[in-house]
Each structure stands twice: as C-alpha cells, then as structure tokens.
Design a protein around this ligand. Structure first.
Ligand SMILES: NC(=O)c1ccc[n+]([C@@H]2O[C@H](COP(=O)([O-])OP(=O)(O)OC[C@H]3O[C@@H](n4cnc5c(N)ncnc54)[C@H](OP(=O)(O)O)[C@@H]3O)[C@@H](O)[C@H]2O)c1
Length: 334
C-alpha cells in the first residue's frame, strides 16, 4: 500500500491517490464495482463515488466484503456527492442517507455538493441535451444546501464537507458564509487545465484539492467532446517525459498531480492500468520535467458541463464565471 497521505485542515489524513467510479457511457455498474474491488486489492484506499453514478449499491457490496474480509474501515476513505436534484436541506439528508445505505457504511469520509447548479426533476439531462430544469447558481439557496451538509458533519454521518466544480468568484461568496469550512474541493485538474488561480485560492484557504479527470478523461461521454479537446496523455510534453523515463503517459499525468499536492482520482476498471497508476506515488518529477508540464497549460476544459446550462444562459463558459463575475448574479439571493 502507498504510504503517501495528505493532511486535512483538522489534522486527519487521506490517501494521496484514489480511484474514480464514473463509468461514463462505457462501463456498467458491475464493471465499475469490480474495478473498485481490483483497486482495493492493489492498495487503493480512497474511492470517489457519487449518487448520480448509479453504482453505489454494487460498490457497497465490494466495500462490505472487503471489510468483512479484514480490511479495517478506518483505512478506507470513501467519498460521495449530492446531485443537482438534491439541493434542498431535506434532500441533502436523503441523498447522504441513501448513499450510506447503498455503500453499506455508517459515515462518509467526505461528501461534496456535486455541482453548484440545482435542478428540480431528477437527472433531467439526456446525453446530448441541456437539462431542462437546470437553474443558475443561487447563493442563498446554495448556502442552505451547504448548511444541511454541515448538519450531517455535526451528526457524524459525514466527516468532511466538500465543494466541487466551483470557481474563484463563487468561493469568494461561499467561504465567508460557511459555518464549517470545506475540507476539500473536487475540480477538473490535469496538465492542460491547471486552474492556477483557483488552485492557489483553495491552497490559501487550507482546502485540499482533489483532481478529477487527471489523464484527460479519454472515456468521457460524447456530450463533453469538442474538436479542440486534447487528452493529456497525448500532450507532447507528457509523451516526451514518459518516453525518456520508460513509464506510461498516464503515470506521468498522475505523478504531476501528486507532485503538485493534488489528490488525483483516475478512473479505470483494468487491473494493469490501476497498477500502473498506483505506481505514480513513487515517481518524483524533476524541476525540468515539472517546468515542461507547467508549460502545457492551455485551459483545456474537458468536462464543460453544458448540460447544466439554464434557459437563457449563453455558452457553457457561463458555468465557469470566466469574466470573474457570476452571470445573472443580481437578484439571486443575498
Ligand atoms: N466532481 C465531478 O464533477 C467529476 C467529474 C468527472 C469525473 N469525476 C471523478 O473523477 C474520476 C476520473 O475522471 P475521468 O474518468 O473523467 O477521467 P480520467 O481518470 O482522466 O480517465 C479515465 C480513462 O483513462 C484511461 N486510463 C486509465 N488508466 C490508464 C492507464 N494506466 N493507461 C492508459 N489509459 C488509462 C481509461 O480509458 P479506457 O477505459 O478506454 O481504457 C479510463 O477510462 C471519475 O471516475 C469520477 O470519479 C468527478
């Protein structure tokens, strides 16, 4: 098992690498659960789940059997997320209780509000369509949702509360209004999307960054693909370092995240890939290699979230507050 860990704001630790569980439109819940079983066997102890991934029940079977087989619960760090249709105090509790029941756990080590955009009717979005019920960020409503998560922390159902898919303008609104500060935040993070300002803001506020799609998400859904996208494993700097080191491109991407202090959560259901990725905790990149990877940053956002665009919104860039303001801010909450 990798001994590399990260320390959270309350002094507790979490593994420095985890395994993702979003099967995209490629892998069935059973395949993903089997992947988690393989990952646990290799030594992964951090599992990134979400209610909306539709596989927590089968992952729960895997966790229960691992624990019954002798894996101490306290070695595991299991995370879940509250989906967009559960942005209301009673719905947050319902979401977490369902995740706990599916995962067969009595607490989540971390729970995130999955996206800062609410909707009202289930997933709503088809593969290619906008979510017809999506609504823009509403600060007052979001803070009520956050407060509900804080209550679950107070009750011990959730150990660490987290944000996901937020921006600096949103953090500037959210953090001063939190009763309990987020311990971690999940953001898209790979060499070609380094999110420097957001990364620094999170670090400055003592928030551990968890990096999703660390390889450049080659298996992401069709709806998230545009012609200019670059999978990081194909980035020339990554290829060159991988070739000169004699390691895989995937390992270089994950090692870069770990070297930056980010907890990467790559996804795979394949044993050889999971083993390869796990070895990244041992790969120390040189200052020259880090410099070359830093230079690959090109704001290459792969999970654009366009299905969450509300009626009347412009492009998907509105989701990410690219001009430093929250679109439609005036009139939304306090
Ligand atoms: N908070 C959020 O909103 C959010 C959003 C997106 C993702 N996530 C989380 O982040 C996790 C990871 O993100 P992701 O799945 O988008 O992208 P990713 O980890 O960057 O890419 C996963 C894909 O990379 C390939 N791969 C994995 N290991 C490899 C290796 N060693 N060598 C070569 N190729 C390898 C696999 O493709 P093949 O299957 O084709 O082999 C796999 O499907 C998700 O599962 C989820 O838990 C969270």
């Amino acid at each position: 098992m990798s001994s590399l860990e990260r320390t959270l704001r309350d002094g507790t630790t979490m593994p420095a690498i985890g395994v993702g569980t979003f099967g995209s439109d490629r892998y069935s819940p059973a395949e993903v659960a089997k992947g988690v079983e393989t990952a646990l066997g290799i030594g992964y102890r951090l599992v990134d789940c979400a209610a909306v991934y539709g596989n927590e029940d089968l992952i729960g079977d895997v966790l229960a059997s691992a624990i019954a087989g002798g894996l101490p619960r306290e070695e595991l760090f299991v995370m879940s997320k509250v989906w967009n249709d559960h942005h209301a105090p009673d719905r947050v509790r319902a979401s977490v209780e369902k995740s706990l029941s599916h995962l067969r756990l009595d607490h989540l080590d971390a729970c995130f509000i999955h996206w800062p955009f609410p909707n009202s009717h289930g997933r709503g979005a088809g593969v290619d369509d906008r979510d017809p019920h999506a609504r823009p960020y509403n600060h007052a409503d979001f803070m009520r949702t956050w407060a509900a998560l804080e209550e679950l922390v107070d009750e011990g159902l959730v150990r660490h509360a987290g944000l996901s898919n937020v921006t600096v303008p949103k953090l500037q609104r959210i953090l001063p209004d939190c009763g309990i500060q987020p311990s971690l935040t999940e953001i898209e993070h790979h060499p070609t999307l380094q999110q420097g300002e957001l990364f620094q803001h999170l670090v400055d506020h003592g928030i551990q960054v968890v990096g999703y799609s660390p390889l450049g998400s080659p298996s992401r859904p069709e709806r998230d693909r545009t012609p200019d996208d670059l999978v990081d494993m194909d980035s020339p700097a990554v290829v060159e370092i991988a070739e000169s080191r004699g390691v895989s491109r995937a390992r270089v991407c994950v090692a870069w995240a770990i070297n930056r202090g980010v907890v990467p959560i790559p996804f795979s259901v394949k044993e050889h890939q999971l083993r390869d990725l796990f070895e990244a905790t041992r790969l120390r990149l040189t200052p020259e290699e880090l410099h070359a990877l830093r230079a690959t940053d090109r704001n290459n956002r792969l999970i654009k979230g366009q299905v969450f665009l509300w009626e009347g919104a412009g492009s998907w860039l509105d989701l990410w507050d690219v001009d430093g303001t929250i679109p439609g801010w005036h009139g939304y909450g306090s």
